[in-house]
Design a protein around this ligand. Sequence first.
Ligand code: AMP
Length: 432
Amino acid sequence: MKVLVVGQGGREHALAWKIRQSKLVDRVYVAPGNPGTAQLADNVDISSDDLPALARFAKDEKIDLTVVGPEAPLCAGIVDLFRQQGLLCFGPDKAAAELEGSKAFARKVCQDHRIPGPQWWTFDSLARARAFLENRPDAPIVVKASGLAAGKGVSVCKNNAQARTAVTECFDGRFGSAGELVLFEECLEGPEVSLITLTDGKTIIPLEPARDHKPVGDGDTGPNTGGMGVVTPVAMPSRVAHQVETQIVFPTVHAMNREKRRYQGFLYAGLMLTANGARVLEYNCRLGDPETQPLLMRLKSDLVPLLLATAEGKLDTVDAPQWDDRVAVCVVACSGGYPGDYKKGVPIFGVDKVDVGDDLQVFHAGTAMRGADLVTAGGRVLAVTALGADVEAARKRAYDALAGIQFDGLHYRRDIGVARAPEEGGPSRGRS
Ligand code: AMP
C-alpha cells in the first residue's frame, strides 16, 4: 500500500521511519517532509496547510492511507475533506480536533463531563480580564490563549502583575486570532506526564506514558518551547494509571461521543499529577513532538495496522501494541536564540557521522538542504533519540551522539531524563 505522511518536523520523520518498516507498505510519501524524510521516503512539495492540493495528490497517486502529523491541518478539517473524496485519512475530524483547537471548548467538555482539571475562567476582553485580576489575591495563575499558538500561548505567571502582562500580550495580537479568547487557570503543581491514546471512538489503547521537558533551560527554567526532550516510559503507580484511565481517558472519549464529535485518532492528554490526583492540563489532537520520536523507537509492533484500524473504526480487531522494554531518551538540538528569534541557514556538521541503528536515531526537525550542505531551517533542529537498558544508558547514548554534532548557536538541555520527580527515578518500567 501507499502511505502519505503530512508534515515536516521530527514527529513526521519518526512516523515515516516507522511506517517505512511496515510489511504492508510499498511506498511512503511525505508532504512537504525534510532532508531526514527524503532519505527514506519521497518528499512531495505541498505544504501541510494546502488541503485541496494534498487531497488532489492523494487521489492522483491512489494513496491508501494519509497520516496527519500536525494539528493545524486537522483543526482545519483535512479529515473531513479527504472523507468527502472517499480517501482514508488518519486523525480526528474538524469537530473532534476542536479539543485542541479551542482550549475553552476543551475546558467546557471537562467541566460538563466531570473530568478533573484546574479551575478556569474565560475572557473575551482585556478590560474584563484585568478587572478579574484586580479583584483576586496576588497568587500564581496560568494565562492561555484559547486557540492554536504552536505551544507558545501558555504563560505560567507567578503573580497578578505577570498575568496582566501576559493577558495584555494576548489581546494585543501576539498570537493572532488565537488570543482573542483568553483563559485563566488555577496554577496546579506536580510532575507532568503525557499520555497519548489511540482510539476509534469506541476502543481505547493507551500508549506508554512519556515525560516532556518544555522550558528551554536546565532545571525547567526559562520560557516554554515546543519541547526540549522526552523520556519514556515514566513509571506511574498503578493507582494513578487507573485514575487516569477511568477518570480522564475513558470519560473524554465518551464525552466526545455525547457531544456528537466522535474522536478517531491519537488523543494526547497533558496531565499534572497533583497531590489530589491527576488533572488535565491540555488535550492535543495528534501525537506530540518530540514524544513521537522515543515512543516509536520503543514500539515493536507494526504501526500501520493500528493506524488503519483506528481510521476505519475497527480498533477492536487489532492486537495490543508490543513495546521494547528499554528506556528511550530524546534530546532536541535547537538554534541559538530559540524559543526567541533565531537565524536560519546555519551549516550543520556531524549528522552523517552518527552511527544510527536500532538504538540510536537522529530525527530531522528544522533542517534544509542548501546545495549539498545540511543547514538549519527552524528553532528545533534535530531530535537525537536513543534506547538504553535504563535511563542512564539511554541518556549517555543520546548525549554522546549529540557531542559529535555541531552548528553555530547549537544548544540543548543537559538534564533530559535526570531524576527530579520520584516517579522519574530508577529504571522505569512503565506502569507497575
Ligand atoms: P499546555 O500547552 O496547556 O500543556 O501548557 C504548557 C505548560 O504550561 C504545561 O506543560 C505546564 O507545565 C504548564 N501549565 C499549563 N497549564 C497549567 C496549569 N493549570 N497549572 C500549572 N501549570 C500549567
